[in-house]
Design a protein around this ligand. Sequence first.
Ligand code: GLU
Length: 467
Amino acid sequence: MTVVTRFPPSPTGFMHVGNARTALFNWLYARHNNGKFIVRIEDTDRKRHSEAAVDAIMDGLKWLGLDHDGEVISQFSRQERHREIAQQMIDKGQAYYCYCSPEELTEMREKAKTEGRKTFYDRRWRDADPADAPKDIKPVVRIKAPLEGSTTIHDKVQGEVTTPNDQLDDFIILRSDGTPTYMLSVVVDDHDMGITHILRGDDHLNNTFRQKIIFDAMGWDTPIFAHSPLIHGADGGKFSKRHGAQSVQEFRDMGYLPEALVNYLLRLGWSHGDDEIIPTEKAIEWFNLEHIGKAPAKFDFAKLDSLNAHYINESTAEHLINQSLAFYEQRHGITPDDVGKSRITQGIDELKSRAKTLLQFVDESAFYAKSIPLSFDEKALKNLDGAEEILLALKAAIENTTEINAEKTQEICKSVADEFKDGKLGKVAMPLRAALTGTTVSPSIFHAVEILGAAETSARIQAAIER
Ligand code: GLU
């Protein structure tokens, strides 16, 4: 049997990390089993539908590296098929038209409330004579849910879960305007797409009992289910806006590498012994349903940060620069050229070891890729004030040194400090840093001089003096 999994997001305009984790689990399970991972957009809510919202999801998947098999399926485009199945169920006596008016339904709901019942529809049209149908009401179609016994799901995470059937009402499968409900569409699509495994959040567990009624009514094989507990915030509540960033896009904008977020989301709800660092190839090799956590995991930003720092450290300069191009543009208005890239590559070890996020990496490396005249931030300007004498001395000494390097730069700074600043190295290094980087935070400025070279260093100092 070929494993076929699916990711069926409702396009809401962004991709929640909880959904991203669901997508990841399904993707990993498919890849682990050499199966297929299908994306189906649940775009039946036409009032709120927008292509931009679909793009946001597809972008999120792409950025995370979760490639799908085959065409992306639009659930909306399959409505005819959903209606056809509803008709088949009506024909077989497994579903029926219900002509209740809104008033009748309200009455039933009130009655159920006072009697403390969860289900309310009293099934009055289930066995009624169609000849009694009122002409002026467009009917809905309801499923004939089993009246007795119970429904059991053998869930790979939750174990065996059973619900007495009197808890399941004759829910609607086609609305009065002929549009299929989620409950029907999802089952028809999962069947037609040959989905073998459904991995999703346990907020869908209640739906699963209802969906099973449709699978059974049609005589279709029920997929294997694995319902994961939802992600919680540090305080134990459901992970939401008040806990901070929620969407994959937000995490990307905060400078997390996709591989760090993927590793983090994987560990958030799945384990492989004590392993914390699980690169994607290993995740594909190891992923299984048995080790999906049964208790809700708490989102821990500090853990994500440490994974991000790890993956930044493991990355090549090229990868980090490529992942950061948008940030160089947004934050510094530049696109590193070959010279800039080569300087960043030379300084990469120190840049990597300092960076927890790509934003930090970009802010501390951008100066290598900028050209004169640099712009100076406020603190840098303060360091440049009254530093002309020092800068001129540094410039002259650097120009007179053959093969400038970090060590020689440090010696030059020392002797300039001795001459002008009572030996206080910082009072020389800070203006130099301001002149070369336009900021007051950077990797070792001695090393930066070695990478920039004498000519560029001298030109930047001159420009800082003339600013
Ligand atoms: N479209 C549903 C959602 O975004 C998913 C439905 C499912 O997994 O069956 O929550």
